[in-house]
Design a protein around this ligand. Sequence first.
Ligand code: F6P
Length: 524
Amino acid sequence: MRDLFDADPGRFERFSLECGPIFLDYSKNRITEDTLRLLTELAESVDLADWMLRMRRGDHINVSENRAVLHTALRNRGNEPVLVDGQDVMPAVREVLQKMRRFSESVRQGEWLGFTGQRITDIVNIGIGGSDLGPMLVARALRPYGSVGIRTHFVSNVDGGHLSETLVKLDPATTLFVVTSKSFTTPETLLNATSARSWLVRRLGSEAAVARHFVAVSTNTQAVTAFGIDPAHMFEFWDWVGGRYSLWSAVGLTVAIQIGMDHFEAMLAGAHEMDQHFFSQPFERNIPVLLALLGIWYNTCFGAHTHAVIPYDQSLARLPAHLQQLDMESNGKRVTRDGFTLDFDTGPVIWGEAGVNCQHAFFQLLHQGTRLIPADFIVPMKTLYPLGNHHDILIANCLAQTQALMRGKSEQEARQELAAQGLSGEALAQLLPHKVFPGNQPSNTIMLDKMTPHALGSLIAMYEHKVFVQGVIWGLNSFDQWGVEYGKQLAQRIIPQLADEVDTHEHDASTRGLIARYRRLGHG
Ligand code: F6P
């Protein structure tokens, strides 16, 4: 890459793109124009444009679940209809957005009161996976846009510590629980919701309190009603919205209450802007398509197994976790959509951590380890937290890391540096190999204007489309997640066996031994 930069002073301009608040510099990649031409030919060879059209027009591209994939409809700001099985879904989408607006405003204005007549001050989202990670990321990133009197909390883990630690800080009289579950059958979520309800009823002394302190977000009216939540307090979404793509639906209700519906809709508008870019731009000028192709270039052609996501922004600390679900649940597949076993690698391991902290944790391996690790660096140009020169230092670190990864430090440069420090002879020779950086490590730098609802919407939508494009190129159905089911089934079998002397011979010796040990020494 060093040579490519030296040979072409226009490389930055040539390999950078803009869409609204998003600026992508992809010049620090192992690519030439020829590489890009070949990669876009690859995209053409799998009929990517046709797959994009099929998604957009509501075809059932989630073949194993026989469903359309239309999270883009949730943020459609235009007037055109979006058809699913011949029916325009836009009126229902707008109706739920209106219902979210009315409800979130009534909570924020103190019109929606708790059972004892007090204002709501704390919202607890109970959900897991896509019903947790997206809203949690956004709530954290957009906290400065929040209402002063309202705090949000996210409880996902069935580990009782998660709920207990949250409740201990809360007053039931001023707490609203938003039970968020597409299926409303996820055991972790239902158990957390049940325990939260017991806490509330015990503390407020009446079952009638539930109606003022519990609302639900789901596709499953029957299960919501069976749980004891009035369907009038249920916010609907639809089976054509995948869990990890559901942030834009009523799953964002907690966020909407926190930041207000105008900001929530600004986030939808940012995502819609990215959708329009994605659906209209030629592949070689299309940000999600390029990111996808670059990922495939390293994954398939260089054998890179992982992809790092490094936000230089503390408020995006949960972005790697959200993208883990988005990418790994979507493209962690080993058969094609037609069921044929693949003989090449598909979705990479996604991982990461906020910079600069990660520099002091895992960057050593990026700089001098043996593996190729492509990375995305995400950084806002303006900060929402002006504090002395903190932001300049943050930016300088981000730029320095991508530069160091790209340039490395040659043996000759390291030698000169050591000599300038007064070293020579054997002392210099001994230290020299430790001071050499091979470089040539690829990265994308994604600059946001500023952390706004609009920019965040564009950023997340960008990654959604990247994942979709990669799935198309690998021939996958990116919208099911059967792999998650098996462990869930086994857990249901084991639960009763922990409590009773039930026969456990169906299990392997390890699982049997661990159950026996837990029966003897464990339990809460
Ligand atoms: O992890 C599997 C999964 O089905 C995810 O796809 C989903 O986001 C999560 O569980 C939660 O599901 P639900 O919203 O139905 O509770």
